[in-house]
Design a protein around this ligand. Structure first.
Ligand code: UT7
Length: 333
């Protein structure tokens, strides 16, 4: 039995925060943000809109596009670093409940921006082992809830949103997810972290005053490791599978920074039309960025059944990963 990606869906919250908006919030300019990151705007969830709510909306779209009902789903995996609740219940359990599905396997994955690729690997393993048939994987983030809007080095980067995909069992090898690499190096954990409200620095007045429950990043060091690691990772997955970069129809990288994406794309000598770019309009939405980008090209008709996709992500942990797979769902038109 093989595992195939049968559908994609996404949810983008309504409110937009532009670079210009940030000019009155912190010491920054539209020019700096655009030049250093490629970001022009990002979407921000409403106050009462939770990570699970966005995950539910994306999930409904993905389930319907797969031609399934919620009761056909036998496992729900949610990748997030901005869960509804600290520790429990998991956001996957909340999503299952809001979708009206009980008695289902449901759990979260914490692999930061690489979360969607980790979730894809877990779904593939469960399906290939015969344990599950239809796995719903979700990347959902309300990063605006864990951003320090007085820190110009991080606040301009992040946005909110969700993406979801249905991974199903198939006997057709041409539909199968070809390969997935996932990796981590915890020695670099302090480059990108939320130091507060865990067991090490339990929630306290000090944690609140010093904003320790918000994201802290040593951006420039992270940038250099990201470019190096992502490039070697995609080169390795292509070599391992005897595939040349020119045969990739869509390179769908994590959308953290246009310059990182360009550096990796150039190293692979990819043509601009092979590279999917949504960082300009969504910013960095962590685990949601790859499925949101995949959904964008599906809805615009660019992603067609059978197209070869190369996914690539890097994030806190540090974690990184890549995946090579055909799009096994129906085309939008
Ligand atoms: O998604 C998970 C993985 N995340 C990433 O991969 C992100 C990786 N890092 C990056 O994308 C980039 O490092 C950033 C976009 C975060 C920063 O760009 P950079 O070119 O690496 O800038 P920098 O950190 O070296 O800072 C250069 C200057 C500094 O000023 P000084 O010290 O040279 O005077 C910063 O204080 O830019 C300053 N700066 C800003 N200036 C205006 C930092 N943020 C801003 C800002 N507006 N928003």
């Amino acid at each position: 039995m093989y595992a195939a990606l049968k559908s994609i869906g996404a949810y983008v919250p309504e409110k937009v925060l532009t670079n210009k908006d940030f000019e009155s919030m912190v010491d920054t300019t539209d020019e700096w943000i655009t030049k250093r990151t490629g970001i022009k705007e990002r979407h921000i969830a409403a106050d009462d809109e939770l990570t699970s709510d966005m995950g539910v909306e994306a999930a409904k779209v993905a389930i319907s596009r797969a031609g399934l009902e919620i009761d056909d789903i036998d496992m729900i995996v949610c990748a997030t670093i901005s869960p509804d609740y600290f520790c429990m219940p998991s956001t996957a359990c909340v999503i299952a409940s809001k979708l009206g599905r009980s008695n289902v396997t449901a759990f979260d994955i914490s692999a930061a921006c690489t979360g969607f690729i980790y979730a894809l690997a877990v779904a593939k393993a469960f399906i290939e082992s015969g344990m599950k048939k239809n796995v719903l994987i979700i990347g959902a983030e309300k990063l605006s809830a864990i951003v320090d809007y007085t820190d110009r080095t991080t606040c301009v980067l992040f946005g909110d949103g969700a993406g979801a995909a249905v991974i199903s069992a198939t006997e057709d090898k041409s539909e199968a997810i070809t390969d997935i690499h996932i990796s981590a190096d915890g020695n670099y954990g302090d480059l990108l972290m939320t130091p507060g409200c865990g067991v090490k620095n339990p929630c306290s007045e000090k944690v609140v005053e010093e904003k320790l429950a918000t994201m802290k990043m040593r951006g420039n060091e992270t940038f250099k490791i990201a470019v190096r690691t992502l490039t070697s990772d995609v080169v390795n997955i292509l070599q391992d599978n005897g595939i040349e970069a020119k045969d990739i129809k869509h390179f769908i990288p994590h959308q953290a920074n246009y310059r990182i994406i360009k550096a990796v794309g150039d190293a692979l000598q990819l043509a601009p039309e092979q590279v999917v770019l949504t960082v300009g309009k969504y910013g960095n939405t962590s685990s949601a960025s790859i499925p949101m980008a995949m959904n964008d090209i599906w809805e615009s008709g660019r992603l067609q059944q059978g197209d070869t996709m190369l996914l690539d992500a890097f994030g806190g942990g540090l974690t990184w990963g890549s995946a090579l797979l055909p799009f096994a769902g129906k085309s939008a038109n």
